[in-house]
Design a protein around this ligand. Structure first.
Ligand code: FAQ
Length: 350
């Protein structure tokens, strides 16, 4: 069992006070991490741990919500009712993932509205992958196969993340991502069994999405300022390069079965390592995309800003409804208390 802030005297800010008390709290936190137990929202945690979690979970939530855009653009143009229904369900799932993740972030004492504001104002990041355009319906399949495939590789270990609400949210998210990955691969298999033009569309989409998918795992380990600490805290379980390698090892046989070529002349099996060797992603491109200069950054944020503004009336209506319900509850409670008083008075009088 983990110690709660109430027991331990810490607060949402994570301040431990000073001296022996601070040492005791830190020692308890370290022990929970060392024994692979979970930190829960009311437990004491170091400020930097809380900050790192808010940063990562918020970025993750933003990615799910912004990630609805590239594929959402194809819902009205899906080639059949079946494909439309699948795509609809997938894009709705991404909205759900965003909501679980914002809820997990809120357990750390931040406010979802504030996180959204920070995203729109460019003060928080979201995954680089969603700044690339979806040029054909094959992109929908390739996003499912490669982007969701990369997301699964990255996120399955997060189900064992040290922060309870994040880890639990990831369990459900990963189950859904797995369906997403399969629907993408199935779409591509269907297209590859189709016409020459359809096969060419798939290959073109693979050529455009391969390297950005590898970049989803973040910068190489030696240029990843957050990894060491996040891994020591067991927020992250593996380094960026380790997960990237796993993704390549998992995906190459799938590409062979599909009949597409991955656009990397350096890609080859290394029998000694028992893993695939592969080329170096263009890290300058990743830096550019992360810093706002990717092909679709402006469009994505502008669309998110507009959706947020257009949804203002829904939030206002929901808040007004909640206030009305609360007022009704208060009125009913006062009325019930009044009845109780009257009954007591009647009893005493008789
Ligand atoms: N894009 O020190 P590190 C999905 C930033 S969800 C943008 O290595 P860290 C589902 C990083 O934030 C995809 N920024 O950082 C879906 C940091 O900046 P900061 C999202 C990136 O945190 C599928 C700086 O660079 N998944 O796909 C990227 O230890 C289909 C230095 O990097 C997650 O968020 C990037 N690619 O490791 C939805 C998973 N890489 O904050 C729709 C959870 C790095 O210091 C359709 N997150 N940066 O200013 C993680 O696992 C980690 O946060 C990493 C980065 C691995 C992304």
């Amino acid at each position: 069992m983990t110690q709660t802030t109430t027991d331990a005297g810490g607060g949402p800010g994570g301040g431990a006070g000073g001296g022996a008390d601070a040492d005791r709290l830190q020692a308890h936190f370290d022990e929970v991490i060392a024994h692979d137990r979970r930190i829960e929202p009311r437990d004491w945690m170091p400020d930097a741990y809380r900050k790192t979690l808010v940063r990562q979970i918020a970025q993750h939530a933003h990615s799910e919500i912004i990630g609805m855009q590239p594929e959402g653009a194809w819902i009205t143009r899906a080639p059949s009712l079946r494909r439309k229904a699948i795509l609809f369900a997938k894009v709705q799932d991404e909205a759900g993932h965003g909501l679980y993740l914002y809820a997990a972030a809120e357990t750390l004492g931040v406010d979802r509205a504030d996180l959204t504001r920070r995203l729109i104002e460019g003060r928080q990041k979201y995954s680089s992958i969603f700044n690339y355009p979806t040029l054909s319906f094959a992109d929908v399949g390739v996003i499912g196969w490669l982007v969701d495939g990369a997301a699964i590789c990255n996120q399955v270990p997060l189900c064992r993340s040290s922060f309870g609400p994040y880890a639990r949210a990831m369990v459900r998210i990963c189950k859904e991502e797995s369906f997403h990955q399969r629907q993408g691969y199935e779409l591509l298999l269907t297209m590859m069994r189709g016409t020459e033009a359809q096969r060419a569309m798939v290959q073109d989409a693979v050529d455009r999405w391969w390297w950005p998918s590898l970049m989803m795992f973040g910068p190489p380990d030696e240029a990843s300022p957050n990894s060491a600490r996040s891994m020591a805290w067991k927020i992250k379980r593996h380094s960026n390069d380790e997960l990237r390698q796993r993704f390549v090892d998992m995906t190459v046989p799938q590409a062979e079965k599909l009949g597409v070529t991955l656009p990397d002349p350096e890609l080859r099996w290394n029998a000694e390592r028992g893993r695939y060797d592969f080329g170096t992603p263009d890290w300058d491109e990743l830096k550019r995309v992360i810093s706002g200069d990717g092909p679709c950054n402006e469009e994505r944020i502008e669309r998110r800003r507009r959706a947020h503004e257009d949804g203002a009336w829904v939030r206002e209506a929901a808040a007004a409804h909640a206030a009305k319900q609360a007022a009704r509850r208060d009125r009913d409670r006062d009325r019930d208390r009044g009845h109780d008083r009257d009954r007591k008075h009647d009893r005493e009088a008789s």
